[in-house]
Design a protein around this ligand. Sequence first.
Ligand SMILES: [Zn+2]
Length: 114
Amino acid sequence: MHEYALVQSLVGRVEALVRERKATAVHRLVVSVGELAGLDPGLFQTAYDTFREGTVCAGAAMELRSVPARWSCPGCEREIARGEVLACPACGLPARLSAGADEILLETVEMEVP
Ligand SMILES: [Zn+2]
């Protein structure tokens, strides 16, 4: 399942951070997910809750934030509204995705560092 692979890589990133900072516990994670990642938030949460047992994240609640997709003009930075033609009405340039792409970002990791 897609969500499990993503959770696995997420926990791997947290483990790397824990090693790097010599943390003793992880309390909370905030993860932002781009709208275009095509992720099911409920499934992702369930996958996390199953997978975190026995990892550094066992005691860490995860908060998921969804980042809506946004487009803007690469020339004049004008924002292109949802549902509009994906090109700048002023410059005619094709719009560029400025947020909410398919990335999964580890925004915050609250951990116990001695
Ligand atoms: Zn423009």
